[in-house]
Design a protein around this ligand. Structure first.
Ligand code: DQA
Length: 146
């Protein structure tokens, strides 16, 4: 089983970016932990980060027929991108949405996700553990569906 992990805008700055909100771990450190978990779970991981909406969409299109599911932290595109939502609907790739922070405890403009209702699930508020829990949920769900 192959899972694509996508990180959206500004997540390349994790560790330096608002550490009080997002913590001290870099994206590379989080992905290293996630890779170790993937080995335990017996799944292959591919990772992608971009600050560009179109690049995220192009990567999803390329993933059709190549991966079994997607774990995504869409960053601020969570709240704004109809195009990203349409890309998930078009590719029909099963996905889990993750966030480091609890977006419902933050500004009102973060309370709406344009992806949540078409996701297999959503995990937030647990810092880097949101990614770990999200990967477990995604893989378990895909295995159950087989
Ligand atoms: C985030 C939450 C978003 O609202 C924000 O724009 C981000 C990070 C999170 O992981 O908590 O960039 O997705």
């Amino acid at each position: 089983m192959k899972i694509l992990v996508i990180n959206g805008p500004n997540l390349n700055l994790l560790g330096q970016r608002e550490p009080g909100v997002y913590g001290a771990d870099s994206l590379d450190a989080i992905l290293a932990r996630l890779t170790a978990l993937a080995i335990d779970l017996g799944v292959q991981l591919d990772t992608f980060q971009s600050n560009h909406e179109g690049a995220l969409i192009d990567r999803l299109h390329a993933a059709m027929g190549e991966v079994d599911g997607v774990l995504i932290n869409p960053g601020a595109y969570t709240h704004t991108s109809i195009a990203l939502r349409d890309a998930f609907l078009a590719t029909r790739l099963p996905f889990v949405e993750v966030h480091l922070s609890n977006v419902y405890a933050r500004e009102a403009f973060r309370h709406k996700s344009l992806l949540a209702d078409i996701a297999r699930g959503q995990v937030m508020g647990f810092g880097p553990d949101s990614y770990m829990l999200g990967l477990r949920g995604l893989v378990d769900g895909l295995r159950r569906a087989r």
